[in-house]
Ligand binder design. Structure first.
Ligand SMILES: [Zn+2]
Length: 505
């Protein structure tokens, strides 16, 4: 519309000019070197117009010829970029499809066509890993790390460092991995992956003080849910307390254990550790209070055993009758808890009070059948009457009864004899859950549910594999997947060594 108006306006102007010239007739005379040209004004105006049109056309032609090589070059560059990005996207698809040779070919092609080192190097590294060439992948990751630093591109350097760190983990070089993870963390202090990996590595190395500092950093960037952080913190505090106790620093050990208990009052290891140290200082009542607090949240057999011993002085011979008395108080707290009856029956067996022991074991069985309780009944029968039908009957029931809960690793499914912040099978940090191995935990009452999670450990996860390499599977699972394809985490399954025994329990 506007173009049409503009055209009409210009046409009007030309017509007006023509009319204006036509209304003012006259001649123009040119006398030059003996030539005389004489003509009408209108003819001259027309000739000038024609000359202008020809000159304009000539200038356009010259410009077109002048600019054409540059235009051709720009077209070629655009086409190169298009082909480069095409190769890149096809390469990513090849990586995702697990097609190593195609990924390698497309990576080389993209690298030749594009000036996008972050993307092409990453694709090349992933292609090399797919082809099983870790050394070549390392070269690409190192190039990313160095060029990222040179080009002031922390994102690129970060991805390179992450690739190198995962390679170091896969190769079992935990020290090297820790250094790389720290470097990556310095580039992006708020990123979750470096801190979580650092915590895992420090825990696996038993460096609890460093793990504490990492937990502080994780807390400040809110990288993990608050309850997970609290649970991890309590686990680290219990391990620090155990280490301090082993080193003879009892005051420090007690202070750390109390911190853990205050942080997670339902935590069995924290309460037991705090109670044992409190009892050692002669504060039997404070010890019992800590155990009671945990017991009400988590009626765990270890708490009952600690409760029975809370009043004993170190070095004195244990008084079985005094234990029976103390455990009767525990039963009185909540007679519906089977574990209290089992603990009391154990103490009664030590005191050779067979009838009392049998009575409480039978009461424990009314809550749910338990192989452990049947075995205890068999032991009582054996001690009281010697081998016979009664003992055999209990043992047969034990064989048929469902298994009892234990400290099961939520990652590898391995059963640990005692709680430790590290799984004794896979070395995973803070993975132990009190539940029935293999199957599902006995549910039902709120207390039963508490006993499964202990208020200390993560909810049960399905056991992964046969107990080997679970730590890495877990570590890999914790790492956010690689931005492109995610094969780095995926190819590492079952490669991380670092099986460590948990701390003394
Ligand atoms: Zn494990």
């Amino acid at each position: 519309m506007r173009r049409t108006l503009w055209f009409l306006l210009r046409l009007g102007l030309v017509i007006a000019l023509a009319v204006w010239v036509a209304q003012r007739p006259g001649t123009i005379r040119l006398d030059w070197q003996g030539y005389i040209i004489q003509t009408e004004v209108g003819v001259v105006a027309l000739a000038l117009l024609a000359l202008g049109v020809v000159a304009y056309a000539l200038v356009r032609l010259v410009l077109l010829v002048w600019r054409s090589p540059r235009r051709l070059g720009a077209g070629r560059r655009t086409s190169r970029r298009t082909r480069g990005y095409q190769a890149l996207s096809q390469g990513l698809l090849a990586v995702a499809a697990g097609d190593g040779p195609a990924a390698t070919r497309l990576a080389t092609k993209a690298e030749g066509l594009l000036n996008e080192p972050a993307l092409t190097l990453l694709l090349s590294a992933q292609a090399a890993q797919l082809a099983g060439d870790e050394a070549l992948a390392a070269t690409h990751f190192t190039a990313m790390r160095e060029r990222g630093a040179m080009l002031k591109r922390p994102d690129m350097a970060f991805v390179g460092l992450r690739g190198l760190a995962l390679q170091a983990l896969a190769a079992g070089d935990t020290q090297g991995a820790l250094a790389l993870v720290r470097e990556a963390g310095a580039l992006r202090p708020k990123a979750r992956w470096p801190l979580v990996t650092q915590l895992d590595l420090q825990a696996r190395a038993g460096d609890w003080t460093a793990a504490s500092a990492t937990l502080d950093a994780l807390t400040s960037v809110k990288a993990l849910p608050a309850d997970t952080l609290r649970r991890h913190r309590a686990a680290v505090l219990v391990e620090r307390s155990r280490a301090a106790e082993a080193g003879g620093a009892l005051d420090q050990a007690l202070s750390l254990a109390r911190k853990a208990h205050d942080l997670e009052p339902g935590s069995v290891p924290a309460a037991v550790q705090a109670a044992r140290l409190l009892a050692g200082t002669g504060s039997a009542r404070a010890a019992t209070r800590a155990l009671e607090q945990a017991w009400r949240l988590t009626p765990h057999p270890t708490l009952a055993v600690a409760w029975g011993r809370a009043g004993e002085k170190a070095g004195d011979a244990a008084d079985p009758l005094a234990r029976v008395k103390r455990l009767e108080a525990l039963v009185a707290l909540d007679p519906s808890v089977p574990e209290a009856h089992v603990a009391l029956a154990n103490a009664a067996t030590e005191a050779r009070l067979w009838g009392l022991a049998r009575g409480h074991l039978t009461r424990a069985l009314t809550a749910r059948p338990s192989a452990r309780v049947y075995r205890l009944l068999a032991a009582v029968a054996l001690a009281e009457h010697g081998p016979g039908a009664e003992e055999r009957g209990h043992l047969a029931s034990a064989a048929k009864a469902p298994p009892d809960p234990a400290w099961v690793c939520g990652t590898c499914g391995g059963v640990n004899a005692a709680w430790g912040a590290l799984c004794s099978h896979c070395g995973g940090f803070d993975t132990l859950v009190w539940r029935v191995p293999g199957g599902t935990a006995p549910g039902g009452t709120a207390k039963g549910a508490d006993a499964e999670t202990m208020g200390f450990l993560p909810p049960p996860e399905p056991p992964a594999g046969d107990g080997t390499g679970g730590g890495l599977a877990r570590l890999s699972a914790r790492l956010p997947s690689f931005p492109l394809g995610g094969t780095l985490g995926g190819t590492l399954g079952g490669l991380l060594p670092g099986k460590r025994s948990p701390g003394a329990s």
